[in-house]
Ligand binder design. Structure first.
Ligand code: MIC
Ligand code: SF4
Length: 643
């Protein structure tokens, strides 16, 4: 077996390990972060389960860190108390980015992890089967329920050779994105293998696993080998390590090979992570902002390379450089070995250990600015400045360019690759992690006024009808459907407030139109809903009365979020019907419950758009049929708990 099959077979609760079939796996660990966590815990509470039934569940605060009003602080308090009440670990604000901390402190090779964040696959770097999901799926897993997914195809990614100096792990994943594109990993696990692995540390593997999310992959996974053992030992966790490798005769559905020694520094140009080219072909662009950090590139190693490049240099006058170390452990190590002082002396603006600019929590660039970021997403408008041009690059490229003031190929940097050493044993301090306690009877869950009830789905009406409220193109992201920025993120537990911003990057009038019509339908292109796991991209449309989304195809997590919230994800059988449909046309799906039942048996769904009969696919399992008929996963789970 390959590694993916080994872990899945050890956790299989239902289904057969045949690519494309629905399977259910037992979840060992869960994680939530604050921007999706408030909703996930409200849903968990609604399920009426006292204490989590996983081996370990952790609640992080890392996204909504700017406290420009009471809202975020209230949400932090709610998450801290609700976590304590239900036996969940709590990572306090300041302790770091969820994926970085989870990898450092809690990852265990061979275990499963489900997180309410699309970059949960980061822990695949340590041999975990880690995947992102909507908050409701994570709530169910916290309650001990299995996680349902489509058995992925496994793509073996063979790494050969060794990276040249100043070429980074980021360039490896950018190369894969260049080759496969943002839909290239859909339905797949990217499983890494080959001689080249020996030269990649766990933090470097984490950069690659993290950004596998941008391929649309279910997850990415690395073997647990000597490099992994080193990583665990240095963090005082040798006891958590175990070896995990693919069998020599393991089979794979696909294979690609990357010769590490042939790679050069890359950049993903605006506005998509797969718009990749070699830096040398676009070098010289004047840079206004450089942001180093995020769950992709904020490890100790990343920071040490940056500090080494900045040492004795100064940031160019036209550049604002921000650095966010990924965790308090990283920050403490940088503070004690002097690297932090080098960064500060060079003129870097040090931010807290959090997502920060990656999710638009501050540091929005100037109008028309060029911003180089070591992050994973450069979707239109995500930085908080619509006219900004965001390039995704490695920490090496970012640091070198911050000094020169123009986009610079780090291979041309005089200084060469700065040497640094990794402590054999980090100075460990888990003082910002709060452990769960056994007796929770006296713990009060604190709910601030920003916590509003969330919309509940209901079983489908006999006839679903209404206007086509909007028609959008391919690769619409959840940042389009439910934008996130410093102004909106504080309202993640306030769906009525968020509703006024739904789809506004595509059309500012959408919310008004949806409200005036009392609901209707959304028409999308291919890969609709790519990007974030935010369930708000389904909850807010639910609140606005969206009954179904009709698209050419859907991204995995968003599709599951729609079903979980009782919204039909329908795919056009013929693209000509998508082409012909127009905003404003009336759409009707009659005998909806009956058609949903038939769809689970393989029948097509018939709709009428502007008087034309249109065939749609609703590719659902029997379980998904029952979820849709129950009016969403929460109703379905409650019914089953009651039984
Ligand atoms: C992101 O990177 O888009 C986020 C913010 O981490 C999201 C979660 C969210 O929308 O809250 C993700 O990747 O799932
Ligand atoms: Fe945070 Fe950015 Fe990572 Fe999302 S991608 S978890 S916003 S650092």
């Amino acid at each position: 077996m390959n590694i993916t099959e080994k872990i899945i077979s050890a956790h299989l609760e239902a289904g057969e390990m045949r690519a494309g079939e629905e399977i259910a796996i037992r979840i060992d660990q869960t994680l939530t972060q604050d921007s999706t966590g408030t909703m996930a815990y409200l849903q968990f509470e609604a399920m009426g389960i006292d204490r989590v039934r996983t081996k370990r569940s952790v609640a992080y605060i890392d996204h909504n860190m700017l406290q420009s009003g009471f809202e975020n602080a209230d949400d932090h308090k709610y998450i801290q108390t609700v976590a304590a009440k239900h036996g969940i670990w709590f990572s306090r604000p300041g302790n770091g980015i969820c994926h970085q901390v989870q990898l450092e402190r809690f990852s265990i090779p061979g275990e499963t992890l489900l997180g309410s964040d699309s970059h949960t696959p980061t822990c695949g770097a340590a041999g975990m089967l880690a995947t992102g999901a909507g908050g409701l799926d994570v709530a169910v897993a916290m309650g001990g329920g299995a996680y349902y997914l489509t058995m992925p195809r496994v793509c073996r990614v063979v790494l050969t050779g060794e990276l040249k100096p100043m070429v980074a792990a980021k360039d490896v994943i950018l190369e894969i994105l260049r080759r496969l594109g943002v839909k290239g990993g859909v339905g797949k696990v990217m499983e890494y293998a080959g001689d080249g692995l020996a030269s990649l540390s766990v933090p470097e593997r984490a950069t690659i696993a993290n950004m596998g999310a941008e391929l649309g992959a279910t997850t990415s996974i690395f073997p647990s080998d000597n490099r992994t053992r080193e990583f665990f030992a240095a963090r005082g966790r040798a006891g958590d390590w175990r070896e995990l490798r693919a069998d020599p005769d393991a089979e794979y559905d696909e294979e690609i090979t990357i010769d590490l020694s042939a790679l050069h520094p890359m950049a993903a140009q605006p506005h998509s992570p797969d718009n990749v080219t070699e830096i040398s072909s676009i070098a010289g662009i004047k840079v206004d902002q450089v942001c180093i950090g995020s769950c992709t590139n904020s490890s100790f190693c990343d920071m040490m390379r940056v500090a080494g490049i900045l040492a004795g240099k100064h940031v160019a006058p036209n550049v604002s450089l921000t650095i966010s170390p990924g965790s308090r452990q990283v920050l403490r190590a940088l503070a004690s070995n002097g690297a932090l002082a080098k960064m500060v002396t060079a003129g870097a603006r040090i931010l807290e250990c959090a997502c920060g600019p990656c999710i638009g929590m501050g540091q929005a660039p100037a109008s028309d600015a060029v911003s180089l970021r070591t992050f994973n997403r450069n979707f239109y408008g995500r930085s908080g400045t619509a006219s900004a041009k965001v390039y995704l690059v490695s920490p090496e490229t970012a640091a070198v360019s911050a000094v020169t003031g123009v986009l610079t190929d780090p291979e041309t940097w005089d200084g060469g690759e700065p040497p640094y050493s990794v402590p054999e044993l980090f100075d460990i301090d888990d003082g910002m992690l709060i452990r769960p306690v056994a007796d929770t009877s006296r713990i009060e869950v604190v709910r601030g006024p920003n916590i509003k009830p969330f919309p509940k789905a209901s079983p489908p009406a006999e006839t679903l009808s209404g206007p086509v409220l909007i028609k959008v193109g391919d690769n619409i992201t959840t940042d389009h459907i439910m934008p996130s920025n410093a102004r909106l993120l504080p309202y993640r537990s306030n769906i009525p407030y968020l509703a006024d911003y739904c789809m506004t990057p595509c059309d500012p009038l959408f919310p008004e139109r949806a409200k005036a019509a009392g609901g209707g339908f959304i028409l999308g292109g291919a890969n609709y809903g790519q990007g974030s796991s935010r369930e708000h991209a389904a909850l807010v449309p639910l609140y606005l009365g969206i009954k179904a989304v009709l698209a050419k195809s859907f991204a995995r997590i968003h599709r599951a979020n729609l079903i979980n919230n009782g919204i039909l994800p329908l795919e056009f059988v013929s693209e000509a019907d998508y082409d012909a449909a127009a905003e404003g046309e009336e759409l009707e799906i009659s005998s909806a419950p009956e058609q949903i039942r038939a769809a689970a048996e393989g029948a097509e769904v018939t709709a009428c758009i502007g008087g034309r009969e249109v065939k749609l696919r609703l590719d659902i399992t029997e379980r998904q049929r029952d979820i849709l008929l129950a009016g969403g996963l929460l109703n379905y789970t409650r019914e089953r708990e009651a039984k």
